[in-house]
Ligand binder design. Structure first.
Ligand code: KIV
Ligand code: ZN
Length: 506
């Protein structure tokens, strides 16, 4: 007998728990770009932030709520009125909004963090859910640290919050402590012992402290969870959250085990992974499952031979299923503005007509140098040309010399408000000289905390992308610059970082 497929809802929390990863702060426009890409790829629920936590978070949730139409947009709130009010205010214009309230239920959290008795926690949870339901029809309740909570108490809280109106009940493994067999049993226990459980969706939310977050989430699905909370590339607090791409592909590849499917367009996975990696500044490890650069490469002769004879000898997933190859090649130098802007739309990149013109001009220059333009190139062009921050300084020109027998020297001209300022400096290398010169011109003395370069596409004519972390004027920012010339890319990344810092200050 063929078993019917159940739907597992994907709740993406890249913009909330993912952003809580140390050093991963994203600005509002980056968050909107990610939210649009998540919506396009079919994510059911996008957790856009924690509105009460800062005015910036509030505004980001509001912006995502206003723009995202297909996915449900969720905002996090502690189980207190102030948080729920803030979440509601940020979400009230959403087409589909969800208030996500949480409260810890483990003895250790109740005693040391909340300093409340179990009865007080139970009453607080009920009150919070009722209050949220008074404002919105879609309310999720999370029993923080559920995996370390007393099972009977957990079930009592879940039953009570469902009665109070929760439509989704989330069982987090907040500290990444559980293991698949135990977590599966816990979900089965909740399913079998909470009398009104069929009135809500069972959700899980696993952290990766022991490297088990994906396995734990899948064990939960096997035992009745029908919503999985996860992040793109697995970014998040400490060791991160369960990686969305791994869960989605495990469910898809092992339908024979899980008998479940998701709404995710898997061919978008690599693109979204790249977008998140760039915005968060966290590079994806080459051996990372599904989205790592080596995930679909076969190096050894035996493997290559096997794959050439029959792909399934060494491949359980095909790269094109997750957008790894094939679908990336899209445009060339003969592509017109229409094709260019259609492709941007498909990638979830929303630009004004003026921004499209600006990006298209740059596209033509790059397309002239490169024969083939990949989606990765497009992202690099957009990020480089259509700046999210104010273009206070722009690169006018640069010229440098470097070599084993000469002192590296850079002449760079930057433009601001129609005025061009030029400096020539020597340094340890052309990039060092360039950065010193930019410091002098912009009067922003930056401390370079991190510098990374990688090619965004294959081939000798690939675009090099430089990502830097710069600290200046008490601000730390991540910025990118892209060009077929890596020194130019380095200069652009630095200028972009300076502009970000000056925009924040403004
Ligand atoms: O890890 C956790 O418990 C959380 C909750 C707020 C859902 O992030
Ligand atoms: Zn979490």
């Amino acid at each position: 007998m063929i078993k019917k497929m159940d739907k597992v809802l994907i709740f993406d929390t890249t913009l909330r728990d993912g952003e809580q990863a140390p050093g991963a702060s994203m600005n509002r426009d980056e968050k909107l770009a990610i939210a649009s890409a998540l919506e396009y790829m079919g994510v059911d629920i996008i957790e856009a932030g924690f509105p009460v936590s800062s005015p910036g978070d509030f505004e980001s949730v509001k912006l995502v709520a206003k723009n995202v139409k297909k996915s449900i947009v969720a905002g996090l709130a502690r189980s207190v009125k102030k948080d729920i009010d803030a979440a509601y205010d940020a979400l009230k214009n959403a087409k589909h909004g969800r208030i996500h309230v949480f409260l810890a239920t483990s003895n250790i959290h109740m005693k040391f963090k909340l300093k409340k008795s179990p009865d007080e926690v139970l009453a607080m949870a009920i009150e919070a859910v009722k209050y949220a339901r008074g404002k919105m029809a879609d309310v999720e309740f999370s029993a923080e640290d559920a995996s370390r909570s007393d099972r009977d108490f957990l079930c009592k809280v879940i039953e009570a919050v469902i009665k109070a109106g929760a439509t989704t009940v989330n069982i987090p493994d907040t500290v990444g402590y559980t293991v698949p067999s135990l977590f599966g049993q816990l979900i089965a226990h909740v399913k079998n012992n909470v009398p009104n459980i069929n009135k809500a969706v069972i959700s899980v939310h696993c952290h990766d402290d022991l490297g088990l977050s994906v396995s734990n989430s899948l064990a939960a699905v096997e035992n009745g969870a029908r919503q999985v909370e996860c992040t793109v590339n697995g970014i998040g607090e400490r060791a991160g959250n369960a990686a969305m791409e791994e869960i989605v592909m495990a469910l898809k590849t092992r339908k024979d085990i899980y008998h479940c499917e998701t709404n995710i367009k898997t061919a978008e996975i690599c693109r979204v992974s790249r977008l998140v990696s760039k915005a968060s500044g966290f590079a994806v490890a080459p051996n990372k499952a599904i989205v790592g650069g080596n995930a679909f490469l076969h190096e050894s002769g035996i493997h290559q031979h096997g794959v050439l004879a029959e792909r399934s000898t060494y491949e359980v997933i095909h790269g094109e299923d997750v957008g790894f190859t094939g679908t990336g090649l899209v445009l060339g130098k003969h592509s017109g503005r229409h094709g260019f802007s259609e492709r941007l739309k498909l990638l979830g990149i929303k630009l004004t007509e003026a921004q499209i013109d600006q990006a298209f001009e740059r596209f033509k220059i790059v397309a002239d140098k490169k024969k083939e333009i990949y989606d990765e190139d497009l992202f690099a062009i957009i990020e480089d040309e259509v700046r999210i921050v104010k273009n206070i300084w722009t690169l006018h020109s640069l010229e440098y010399k470097s070599g084993t027998q000469v002192e590296p020297m850079m002449t760079i001209a930057l433009k601001s408000s129609g005025k061009v300022v030029t400096k020539t400096l020597t340094g340890d290398g052309p990039v060092d000289a360039c950065y010193k010169a930019i410091d002098l011109i912009t009067k922003v003395k930056g401390e370079l905390l991190d510098y990374n370069i990688h090619s965004v596409t294959q081939g000798e004519d690939a675009i090099g992308e430089v990502t830097i972390k710069l600290k200046a004027k008490q601000e730390t920012v991540i910025a990118h610059g892209a060009s077929t010339d890596i020194v130019e890319a380095s200069a652009k990344a630095y200028i972009n970082a300076v502009n970000k810092i000056l925009s924040v200050k403004k």
